[in-house]
Design a protein around this ligand. Structure first.
Ligand code: GTP
Ligand code: K
Ligand code: MG
Length: 329
């Protein structure tokens, strides 16, 4: 039996199992089994050159944004509008077959925008070019999930599931669980607050599934068993995602209003050039880029050519630039 079939079988068993206190340990174990199989699925087959048929697009600019969505939602139309780079758009599905990079010039920075083939349910298991598309999503600083405003809201969930099943976590922060494997000493399980989802026994069982018998585990938040598995697997990628509802020109104003109020969402119409500036400012906001204008001694700062950093790096810059000053005092 192949890995995909084994995952399906365990998923079916989970669906059959009633959720209650008595089955919680068994369900936790099944979740860990699935996580392990999914990790196996992502490993390149033995003997193949790693990443052989991936879309090899060199990173460029101050950040990378990937357009992810079902076929024909308007990804290529959007790339052409935002970057001026032409990407073929048409009314039939799978018009785009590869990765097409464009550049957005915004706030004196350059952001690489990547148009990608549409993905469908089952993409994470290798349907279509799903695996390659998802690999590009993983390499990005921000995902724009493009959705057709006139289609079912279910699409957003299906896509999120596909991305989650390969270890992407959208708009989440890493679980606050300290985990360290040890050589000896057994398992030490602690928490800084009362836990409602995971207890010592469940934690032991999950670790046992991973054949881990010596480790230190400290819960710093009331995390779930899925969070624990994420921390043990350790290969998760936490990425911000903006949900972009395109084609609002074909739906009623009430529906547009509802979509616009959803968290992390922007409603647009490429055809009517509606709200594209809002999309750009949201994108900028989520990327958390910071511009630092350097000033050579005795000269005016160059306001056209900033040093661009992600907000995370900024702390370091502040430390570096403050230190010499305090030394002089
Ligand atoms: N009504 C309407 N149609 C749009 C809009 N944006 C794009 N389209 C149309 O939607 C169709 C698909 O557009 P594409 O840009 O090819 O979509 P895609 O997501 O790149 O499709 P694939 O590459 O096949 O995955 C085209 O016929 C576009 O003209 C919009 O804002 N409103
Ligand atoms: K299309
Ligand atoms: Mg396309």
């Amino acid at each position: 039996m192949g890995i995909v079939e084994r995952i399906k079988e365990i998923e079916a068993e989970m669906a059959r199992t009633q959720k209650n206190k008595a089955t919680e340990y068994h369900l936790g174990q099944l979740k860990a089994k699935i996580a392990k199989l999914r990790t196996q699925l992502l490993e390149p087959p033995k003997g193949s050159s790693a990443g052989g048929d991936g879309f090899e697009v060199t990173k460029f600019g101050h950040g990378r944004v990937a357009l992810i969505g079902f076929p024909s939602v308007g990804k290529s139309t959007l790339l052409t509008m935002l970057t001026g780079t032409h990407s073929e758009a048409a009314s039939y599905e799978f018009t785009t077959l590869t990765c097409i990079p464009g550049i957005i010039h915004y706030n004196d920075t350059k952001i690489q925008l990547l148009d990608l083939p549409g993905i469908i349910e089952g993409a994470s298991e290798g349907k279509g070019r799903g695996r390659q598309v998802i690999a590009v999503a993983k390499s990005s600083d921000l995902v724009l999930m493009v959705l057709d405003a006139s289609k079912s809201e279910g699409h957003r969930q299906i896509l999120t599931r596909e991305l989650e099943s390969v270890g992407l976590r959208l708009n989440k922060r890493p679980p606050q669980i300290y985990f360290k494997k040890k050589k000896t000493g057994g398992i030490s399980f602690n928490s800084t607050l009362p836990l409602t989802h995971v207890d010592e026994k469940l934690c032991y069982q999950i670790l046992h599934e991973y054949k881990i018998h010596n480790a230190e585990v400290l819960f710093r938040e009331d995390a779930t068993v899925d969070d624990l598995i994420d921390v043990i697997e350790g290969n998760r990628k936490y990425i911000k995602c903006v949900y972009v509802y395109n084609k609002i020109d074909v739906i009623g104003i009430d529906d547009v209003d509802k979509l616009a109020r959803r968290p992390n969402s922007v409603v647009i119409s490429c055809n009517l050039k509606l709200n594209l500036d809002r999309l750009l400012s949201k994108m900028w906001e989520e990327m958390g880029l910071v511009r630092v204008y350097t000033k050579p001694q005795g000269q005016q700062p160059d306001f056209s050519d900033p040093v661009v950093l992600s907000a995370v790096c900024l702390n370091y810059v502040l430390i570096i630039s403050i230190t010499p000053y305090s030394l002089y005092r």
